[in-house]
Design a protein around this ligand. Sequence first.
Ligand code: PXL
Length: 277
Amino acid sequence: MKRTVTIQDISCFGKCSLTVALPVISAMGIETAVIPTAVLSTHTGGFTGYTFRDLTGDIPAISDHWKNLDIKFDSVYTGYLGSVEQIEIVSGFFDNFRTENNFIVVDPVLGDNGRFYTGFNEDFAGKMAELCSKADYIIPNMTEACFMLKIPYTESYDRAYIEDILRKLAGLGCKIPVLTGVHFNDTEQGAVAYDSGKDTFYYSFGEHIARSVHGTGDIFASVFTGAVTLGKDLQTALDISVNYTVECIKATIPHFDEIWYGSCFELCIGKLIDMIK
Ligand code: PXL
């Protein structure tokens, strides 16, 4: 059985980070260990007054214990990290748990729609960019890519611009950057990956639904990590991730007034299992 470890926060209510990654990757038939980086009462998007308990101090002891037990992972996947210190500790975790056969995925969670999430700034983006240099795969959206590359955010672009961004992201030091939320028209949206070793681009598009649903970046990154962990090739992993994310957004629309804070990904788990067959 394949085994991954995912390192990100628990937003107790709100459907993102660990409350998405754990069920989604487990449903793909992969053992999923977790390191919670922080416990928040809700995620930070759209809620006010949330609690935040930082668990940075626990990470080294968890890591040491696992090292003593000689636990190994087929993949290591990080999402929302809460502080510069936490990024540094996670960077050390990569050094300790990297093997010749496994791979590292960094989803550099920083912001969306051209803006930082609450609590993040340019310095934090710089540190996240450093962490990306240690990854095999990074999965930013356009906002996160622009913050890490220190370039202005734009929503109007063409293929050449996207391919240039992906080359620059590979220049951060990662092998395969995957840019999410890419759309060249109003009907399709998807992701583009760049395998820098092969100097090849991979495109995957699904239906564009003009509705922003919180946590879809985490759904995409979780499915992508799971698919690559299962040994799917890059194009297939992209297609599954795009298609499942679109399914989750579609499933959310009828419930959007009630569930504005996340997606109804639970309703689509069966389809995900079909997609990986
Ligand atoms: O979905 C990314 C994410 C993860 N964790 C927390 C967040 C967000 C986005 O807002 O606030 C705590």
